[in-house]
Design a protein around this ligand. Structure first.
Ligand SMILES: *Cc1c(COP(=O)(O)O)cnc(C)c1O
Length: 373
């Protein structure tokens, strides 16, 4: 079946008009194309509340992880040391990147259903003056928790260290005053809350910090400074750019403005999320993250008690009826995840919950039959 909607954290369901932009094979060499890239870069700064004097945007080929790897391997130099704050799989992925690249690092791990403590970060920085950079995930898509980057930014900045944020699944869906918080590098990708298709990531960088990274990169393709230097001239990408994805993204940004920007989009996501949680709760299905820290992007749910079905069974049942959901990713409990970003509206959430209810009832009926039989 090819006509289901995605209730996943990205790639996600996009509009037909965004997809239609990809029917044209654009030349990469000409000025029209370069202008599209420059417009995207400018608009992203606006979404980040970052001024052009202090900040600049780099677009990088590849999925979101390429963007994270580009930043970590380009800006943390050989004599530097990175503090990685991790409370989920994406935080852990940063430790993998550091291992591969031979970056000096330490990890501050927090349980997947808790947010990192800014006070603890402050203590770690005080005790270890070698640490030059701190990195963390904003919306940990592993669980759906929304970390407090503002509180951590405060202690990182007052300790005079550089701050890198993976805002992959939140940027565009949750408002982030990047300049006010003093974030030096913030990373997201085309296929999350801006509702484009997969193919590139983007990094909003403090200009001075980016310039300081010149010559530090450990890889040619992911060299953040080099990519910026080329792009900054006239909007040309180093190496082949994902042209169709770029056109679709430009359209997605227009549609986001038409919707009412981050404010309206964020409100739609929050309403989707709240409705989902309320309706699941009515069916006795509880969330893994408590109400205070649950983010508006994706939600981890525990299986109902005495569940007599597998994820695969539930997935197929729901997919046949028009929606694709996600398996759980936390380690200590059986869970599943439902994302509510992309072209998803109240009616979708209502439909999904009806399908889920039907599924649970069919499973209960089966069990009864088995017992009687
Ligand atoms: C999606 C996502 C990424 C990037 O994952 P890719 O599979 O490389 O696109 C990184 N961090 C977070 C928090 C994400 O949600």
């Amino acid at each position: 079946m090819k006509n289901y909607k995605l209730l996943t954290p990205g790639p996600l369901t996009t509009t037909d008009t965004v997809k239609a932009e990809m029917l044209f094979d654009h030349c990469t060499w000409d000025d029209d194309y370069k202008q599209i890239t420059q417009q995207i870069r400018k608009k992203l700064l606006k979404l980040a509340h970052a001024s052009e004097d202090t900040y600049t945007t780099v677009l990088m080929q590849g999925s979101g992880s390429f963007g994270v790897e580009s930043v970590l391997t380009s800006v943390v130099g050989n004599t530097d040391k990175l503090l990685i704050i991790a409370n989920g799989a994406y935080g852990e992925r940063m430790t993998d990147i550091a291992e591969y690249a031979g970056i000096r690092y330490v990890t501050y791990r927090v349980h997947y259903n808790e947010i990192p403590s800014a006070q603890k970060v402050q203590q770690i920085l005080k005790a270890d003056p070698d640490i030059t950079h701190v990195t963390m995930v904003h919306s940990e898509t592993t669980s759906g928790i929304l970390n407090d980057i503002a509180a951590v930014a405060k202690v990182v900045k007052s300790a005079g260290r550089d701050f890198i944020v993976d805002a992959m699944s939140s940027f565009g869906g949750v408002d982030i005053p990047v300049e006010e918080l003093g974030i030096d590098f913030i990373i997201s990708s085309a296929n999350k809350c801006i509702q484009g298709v997969p193919g590139f990531s983007f990094i909003i960088c403090n200009r001075e910090k980016l310039k300081e990274s010149k010559g530090k990169a450990r890889s040619l393709s992911l060299d953040l400074y080099d990519q910026w230097e080329t792009m900054e001239k006239d909007g040309k990408w180093r190496f082949t750019s994902p042209t169709h994805v770029v056109l679709a993204f430009a359209k997605a940004m227009e549609e986001m403005e038409a919707e009412g920007g981050i404010e309206a989009r964020g409100a739609r996501y929050r309403a989707n999320n709240q409705l989902l949680i309320d309706k699941m709760s009515e069916m006795g299905i509880k969330t893994y993250i408590d109400g205070t820290h649950q983010g508006p992007i994706i939600t981890t749910f525990f299986y109902p008690e005495d569940a007599n079905f597998s994820f695969g069974e539930m997935y197929e049942y729901i997919k046949e009826r028009g929606y694709a959901i996600y398996p759980g990713k936390v380690t200590e409990a059986e869970t599943f995840r439902i994302g509510n970003i992309g072209e998803i509206y109240e009616e979708d959430i209502v439909k999904l919950c009806d399908i889920f209810k039907e599924f649970l009832e069919s499973k209960q009926a089966e069990e009864k039959m088995a017992r009687v039989g």
